[in-house]
Structure formats: structure tokens, C-alpha cells
Design a protein. Structure first.
Length: 399
């Protein structure tokens, strides 16, 4: 396996010290589980402030070029992500900007686009959302009906996007629109669309079963976007979107930031079991429960080692197998952990987050209901399994 050089070791020590010394006070309002459920301005302000500080300390954007708001290192961001996960610091709010918009702009953008837009992705000062899904374009993402009609140096956008996480706080959207009706794939173009307060753009919340409204629908009615905010060539939208999805699905590593600690949810399960009583005994004393938690720990360690292995080409039988399977294994890991948490809590898992008697402040039923968003987002896990079968195993396309 690869080892760290002296500069990386020193950066790891620095990151640990900085995170220990600069841990922010707890927010006044309980934070949601992920940035995708952020609803209140208090949440937004707290998390934007945190991301700005972490970026200023060099722990976000560590591997981006300096001219785009980064710090010009190589291999430092992964270390920073690991240390943030280990320290259990607050989440980074600009998840779309860091993991999708920033890397896509870096790969396909003009110098002007990179210099003007990537710094806000990294600092969190400009929140981004994703405009891919439509009422008729979910798993069939190429079935985009939102239109972009040229008008001089501008484009006129009309259409309807759904499941737009963070759309209510976003200043920008990565948007796919149809610029030709004659070609399904080559008729798509990718835009960097301003939406906050933009004429012709309406954002409406969508309330989930959890009661949260981090999702939205976004409607465009003769909204104008200048041509200099088009990303790559006209008709290249599908190609650019595949770059975005490669990062979103975990098949490429973003240099921006934002990471997790796969061992953390297992430790949380252990704490839950130790504090849950059944028939006068702790749940942690039950051998079946202990076995189930150990199984989760084994999977967590396997995921961690697969992540290390994926960075060593000589150890990979296919260069894309491990990265592409990350979306499936990661999302189902989250879901299965939440399911086990609900089982351990038993009848008490029917108590929701506003009930003072709810175990772990109602985390587990909330996590379980939210987990289905992970297995659906970025293309359903069924779609991802098809991709693995066709592109990695060479199996024929399913009919």
C-alpha cells in the first residue's frame, strides 16, 4: 500500500491539531444527518461559517490549484478528509459544489469559469445544487425535457427539475438542458445556472416522510443564462454530465474536500447497544446483537481497505471496479447500519426526534428513512449494478 511522505505526515499532524483547537461550539438547533436535509437559515449560516474556516485553514481545496482558490498540494485532501471524519467535526454544507460542480468545472471549464466559480465551491460562500432529475428523467437521465433556446449571446431556459437538494439555499445550479430535439444524447448541453433571486426561476420545497424539506422542485419560465456560463461545447452535455456522475457515484476522487469515517456509525451502534435495555439486560450482552455489530465493523474495515486498494493500480483487476462499486456498497452500508440501529432500539425506535425519550435523540428511525435517498440518488443502485455488469464484467446490456 502507498505510504505518506514527510510533507503528508506533517500535514496530518497539522490537521489534527487544528481540528482539535478549532472545534466549533454546538449549534443552537440540532443539525440534520446530512447536508441534503438542511432546512433552516440557522443551519445554513452555522455550516457555511464552518466550511469557510476549514477552507481558510487549508483543509478544503488542499489539492486544487492556487489560482482557483486551492492550496496546490498533491494527496493532502484525502488526509484532511480522514482527519475531519476521525474528529467528527460538523459536515461541509456545499456537498454539490465540492463533490460535483467544482471537479466538473475543473475538468471542462474555461479559465474564467474556473477562477470565478471554484473558489466559492471550496469556501462554501456560494452553495450549489444539481439540476439533472426531472419528472420524466430519473433513471433515464438522457430523457431531459428542460429546454435551452439560443437568443443572441444568451439561452432561454424553460422546464421543471425535481429532487433538487439544497435548491432553497443555492446560488448556482449545474443544469442539463435540451438544445436539440433531434438527438437524445448529443442534444444536451450543460450550463452553470444562477438561480437565487434569478428572474424566471421558482424554487418550491418538497416535504419528505421525515418532515424535512431539503429537497425541492425548481421551475424555469423564460429564465436567461448567458452563453459564457455554458460548460463545454453545445451538444456535449451528456459527456460533461458523465464527468459529474463519475464524481457523484464515487468513481473519481474530488480534490475539494468532505469525507467521512466509516467506523463512526459502527461506534454509534456499539454505544446504542450499551445503552439499550431488554428484559433487564443490555442489548450489548445479546450474542446475536454483538454478532450483527461485528459484521458491520468487518464491512466498514473492508470498505476502508478497498479504498486504499483502489489507489494502487497494480492491485486492481479492473481500474473502475472498486471505485464504481463504492456507490452501491457505501449507500447500502448506511442503510443496513440504520436498519440494525432500529432493530436494537426495538419498540423505542417508534419514538421520533421530538420525543425526549427517543434513543439517541431519535437518530435511528430518521437515519433509516433517509437512507433510501442514498440508494436512489446518483442513479439507483439497480442502475449502478447494471453499469458494473456491463462496463466492468462485460455482460450484455439488460433488455
Amino acid at each position: 500500500m502507498t505510504s505518506m511522505n514527510q510533507d503528508q505526515i506533517e500535514f496530518q499532524d497539522y490537521a489534527r491539531r487544528w481540528l482539535e483547537e478549532n472545534r466549533p461550539p454546538a449549534p443552537r438547533e440540532r443539525l440534520p444527518i446530512t447536508p441534503l436535509e438542511i432546512m433552516s437559515e440557522a443551519h445554513r449560516d452555522y455550516l457555511q461559517d464552518w466550511q469557510g474556516k476549514v477552507h481558510g485553514a487549508g483543509l478544503v481545496g488542499a489539492d486544487y490549484p492556487v489560482e482557483y482558490g486551492g492550496f496546490g498540494h498533491d494527496g493532502f485532501q484525502r488526509i484532511a478528509n480522514q482527519e475531519m471524519g476521525r474528529a467528527r467535526t460538523p459536515m461541509l454544507i456545499n456537498i454539490v459544489g465540492l463533490n460535483m460542480a467544482g471537479p466538473t468545472i475543473l475538468a471542462h471549464g474555461t479559465q474564467e469559469q474556473k477562477k470565478s466559480l471554484i473558489p466559492g465551491c471550496l469556501s462554501g460562500s456560494e452553495i450549489w445544487c444539481q439540476g439533472f432529475s426531472e419528472p420524466g428523467a430519473g433513471s433515464d437521465m438522457a430523457n431531459q425535457q428542460t429546454s435551452a433556446i439560443p437568443d443572441g449571446d444568451n439561452w432561454i431556459i424553460n422546464g421543471h427539475k425535481v429532487w433538487t437538494s439544497l435548491g432553497h439555499f443555492a446560488k448556482w445550479m449545474i443544469l442539463i438542458a435540451r438544445t436539440s430535439k433531434h438527438h437524445k444524447y448529443d442534444g444536451l448541453t450543460y450550463f452553470l445556472m444562477p438561480i437565487a433571486g434569478h428572474a424566471g426561476v421558482t424554487v418550491r420545497p418538497l416535504v419528505k416522510i421525515t418532515g424535512e424539506s431539503g429537497f425541492n422542485e425548481v421551475l424555469f419560465e423564460d429564465a436567461i443564462v448567458p452563453d459564457n456560463l455554458r460548460l463545454d461545447d453545445v451538444g456535449k452535455g451528456w459527456t460533461v454530465a458523465m464527468t459529474t456522475l463519475t464524481f457523484e457515484r464515487g468513481a473519481a476522487e474530488s480534490a475539494g474536500g468532505g469525507g467521512g469515517d466509516s467506523a463512526h456509525p459502527v461506534r454509534r451502534l456499539v454505544d446504542l447497544a450499551k445503552n439499550t435495555w431488554r428484559d433487564g439486560r443490555r442489548a450489548s450482552d445479546d450474542p446475536v446483537t454483538r454478532d450483527a455489530i461485528v459484521e458491520r465493523a468487518i464491512i466498514a474495515e473492508g470498505m476502508r481497505q478497498n479504498g486504499r486498494r483502489a489507489r494502487v493500480p497494480a492491485l486492481c483487476d479492473h481500474p473502475m471496479r472498486l471505485p464504481l462499486q463504492q456507490k452501491v456498497t457505501g449507500s447500502e452500508f448506511v442503510q443496513d447500519n440504520a436498519r440494525l440501529g432500529v432493530e436494537i432500539a426495538g419498540a423505542h425506535s417508534t419514538l421520533y426526534k421530538l420525543d425526549e425519550a427517543a434513543p439517541d435523540a431519535g437518530y435511528w428511525p430518521l437515519a433509516y428513512m433517509n437512507s433510501y435517498g442514498h440508494t436512489i440518488a446518483a442513479g439507483t443502485n439497480e442502475i449502478q449494478r447494471n453499469i458494473l455488469g456491463e462496463r466492468v464484467l462485460g455482460m450484455p446490456k439488460s433488455k
